[in-house]
Design a protein around this ligand. Structure first.
Ligand code: ATP
Length: 267
């Protein structure tokens, strides 16, 4: 039979250069994830087990998913994604089955990174208000983590913005025993993120990215991405009258001449 790409496997093209303001975080992940994935023999030689699970915590929109994709790509690993809330929606027994299947696929396709987004929704603290279904899924996840062979070249990265809401058993040694905190970017970080998102954008001479970074206190990466997208849409609106919709083409001088200006950014 013909070889079939595992359904959820993805080779992504995101690189570390596509992440702004995360220099330290990237270094930590390189050491914890990329190194063992690329050079398992080094860890074997030293006689230690490489990390199994890494927990990323930080506010929404700070680049956790993008970071996991970048590490996978830069480590030449397959990328598998589990979305917490999505997997919880399935019928009785289905969620555990899905989890088992994805772990199995990721193991087979190793080296791989299995990314669990919003892990708090699949592994909330047991005991409180958790129903039977949730308890079973947490248990299944723990079983799967514990069942990974030491030689399996697979790292599970989980993301949450509520680290204290997840079951403590997940943080025991051999499970998610490494944690990386991702914060809201500072001005320098925002400047880097702006640089990334305006990379392919024809900017007007009046656009001052330093100024924009200064005046966007509290913005996370997702907000900066939205800001640049909105600015581009403003620029499109501005040149719309110059486009002859009947004609169906944009005059080359209009296309060449289009710029995203300071006012477009300021909305
Ligand atoms: P959530 O917790 O809501 O899933 P997240 O932390 O996983 O969010 P991403 O989904 O990775 O965030 O980011 C959303 C989008 O925001 C990205 O696709 C990217 O365009 C932009 N973005 C976020 N953080 C950064 C960053 N540090 N550098 C560049 N772009 C970023």
């Amino acid at each position: 039979a013909e070889y079939q790409e595992p359904q959820d496997a993805r080779r992504t093209d995101v690189t570390y250069d596509d992440l702004g303001g995360l220099g330290d975080t990237i270094n930590q992940l390189r050491e914890m994830v990329e190194l063992p994935l690329r050079y398992p023999e080094l860890f074997q030689r030293l006689g230690v087990d490489p990390p199994r699970g890494v927990l990323l915590h930080g506010p929404p929109g700070t680049g956790k998913t993008r970071l996991a994709r970048a590490v996978a790509n830069e480590s030449d690993a397959q990328f598998f994604l589990i979305n917490g809330p999505e997997i919880m929606g399935s019928a009785y027994g289905e969620s555990e089955k899905r989890l088992r299947e994805i772990f199995e696929q990721a193991t087979k396709s190793a080296p791989s990174i299995l990314f669990i987004d919003e892990i708090d929704s699949i592994a909330p603290k047991r005991g409180q208000v958790t129903g039977e279904a949730e308890k079973r899924i947490v248990a299944q996840l723990l079983t799967l983590m514990d069942g990974l062979e030491p030689r399996t070249n697979l790292v599970v990265i989980a993301a949450t913005n509520r680290p204290d809401a997840i079951d403590e058993a997940l943080r025991r040694p051999g499970r998610f025993d490494r944690e990386i905190v991702i914060g809201v970017p500072d001005e320098k970080g925002r400047r880097e993120i702006l640089g990334i998102h305006t990379r392919g954008m024809p900017l007007g001479d009046d656009v001052d990215l330093d100024e924009l970074a200064r005046t966007t206190f509290g913005f996370v990466g997702a907000d900066m991405a939205a800001l640049t997208r909105e600015a581009a849409i403003e620029a499109v609106r501005r040149i719309m009258p110059k486009i002859d919709l009947e004609e169906g083409t944009i005059p080359p001088e209009v296309l060449e001449g289009v710029r995203v200006t300071r006012d477009d950014f300021l909305g």
